[in-house]
Design a protein around this ligand. Structure first.
Ligand SMILES: NC(=O)c1ccc[n+]([C@@H]2O[C@H](COP(=O)([O-])OP(=O)(O)OC[C@H]3O[C@@H](n4cnc5c(N)ncnc54)[C@H](O)[C@@H]3O)[C@@H](O)[C@H]2O)c1
Length: 366
């Protein structure tokens, strides 16, 4: 099948990374680029042998553009996506979906009216160790999810005080700009709706909210805690996602994880299913009943650790898989992408409510 034409809107740091990822795909071809910075769009156009357009209207008028990718700063996402939808183009939209609930509602309504596909780049859904984690949780081999804890401490070194990231009217704040990835992942892990959201923040000098946390109760009974801080040198960056289930725990290390530890206690008749799902050997330990605890029983504990050799490659592949999913939903009527617009909306909404809870100083019923 002929590759679909990509028009890139926004060729900054992430626009460049994603464009390199798309360039290695056979299903799409980069045909046009626009960025308000002339040097950026011209450099990109030369590199990809594509057209450089001075503005989005010119790019949308190009009949060779079938899909636009929007990698501009967050407050521009909805206005630009609406223009693209009105021009009949499909959209691969960088997160966040929007910065306000009103904008998010407008985008979802417009997509329905115009019958085009919109996919939000929730890249974590396609990252190998997270897809394994999702499969493990969905298998219920270790029972239902009872608790999720995310600790994400990130660098502020590239974020100078005037960067749009710190301006909540333009980025939406840390939960919306960044945390939305993990709200999305956890919504899928829990497979339930949030019912109560409670946010808190630390404000640094200059009014920058640099540390935020949100506690979420889900209708299933699962509880979740999300902490993000952009307050340290890059060499100290760490992300740990712990998913506690009724009969075990899985812990992923790294924002794009390169290690997943799994520990659990399950019926030995389920060992083959777990081995098959994880595609690895299990380390099985026989544990005596702990002394001094009435009713405590002996049992077997299963451990395993999965690792990945190259995070950057996993990241680029995940971007390509998201785009492949969008292409399939355009070309195969009835195909449902891994990330639906409804999922994207729900994850954005949870991020938005977490931020609202900070602003209002109280918990919010979802
Ligand atoms: N999915 C992911 O994993 C992931 C990772 C990083 C960033 N992102 C998202 O990508 C987006 C861009 O982030 P970034 O770090 O590349 O930002 P950036 O500031 O480096 O790049 C933004 C680019 O958009 C251009 N731009 C600004 N206004 C424009 C307009 N009106 N028309 C065309 N171009 C315009 C700027 O000149 C710049 O080149 C953000 O929404 C961010 O959240 C997603």
């Amino acid at each position: 099948m002929k590759p679909l034409g990509l028009g890139i809107i926004g060729y900054g740091g992430f626009g460049e990374f994603t464009a390199e990822a798309y360039a290695a795909m056979s299903q799409v071809r980069i045909v046009a680029i626009t960025d308000v910075a002339p040097s950026r769009r011209e450099e990109a156009a030369r590199h990809f042998h594509a057209w450089a357009y001075a503005d989005i209207d010119q790019l949308l008028a190009d009949p060779d553009v079938d899909i636009v990718t929007i990698a501009t700063p967050p407050w521009l996402h909805v206005p630009q996506a609406l223009k693209a939808i009105h021009a009949g183009k499909h959209v691969f939209l960088e997160k966040p979906l929007a910065t306000t609930l009103t904008d998010a509602d407008a985008l979802v309504s417009a997509a329905k009216v115009h019958g085009v596909q919109i996919q939000v780049d929730y890249v974590l859904r396609y990252v190998p160790l997270y897809t394994t984690l999702l499969a493990l949780v969905r298998s219920k081999l270790l029972g239902e999810v009872t608790y999720i804890r995310l600790e994400n401490t990130a660098s502020n070194e590239a974020l100078h005080p005037q960067h749009w990231f710190w301006d909540r009217s333009r980025s939406g704040g840390i939960f919306i700009e960044h945390g939305v990835h993990f709200f999305d992942l956890c919504n899928q892990l829990v497979e339930s709706k949030p019912i109560l959201v409670s946010g808190n923040a630390h404000t640094a000098s200059g009014g920058r909210q640099d540390r935020v946390m949100s506690s979420v109760s889900y209708a299933s009974g699962a509880l979740a805690h999300f902490y993000h801080a952009f307050d340290r040198p890059a060499i100290l960056e760490k992300t740990v996602l712990r998913v506690v289930m009724e009969r075990g725990t899985a812990t992923a290390y790294g924002w794009i994880p390169d290690r997943l530890d799994i520990e659990g206690s399950l019926a030995s008749t389920d060992y083959p299913a777990l081995t098959h799902l994880l595609q690895t050997e299990l380390d099985i330990q026989t544990m005596p009943a702990p002394e001094g605890i009435t009713g405590a029983t002996a049992g077997q504990l299963v451990h395993t650790t999965l690792t990945r050799p190259d995070r950057t490659e996993d990241y680029a592949n995940a971007i390509r898989e998201g785009m492949t999913d969008l292409v399939r939903s355009i070309q195969e009527p009835g195909y449902t992408s891994e990330v639906t617009l409804q999922d994207a909306y729900e994850s954005f909404r949870l991020a938005f409510l977490s931020q609202q809870s900070i602003e209002q100083g109280h918990s919010i019923k979802s």
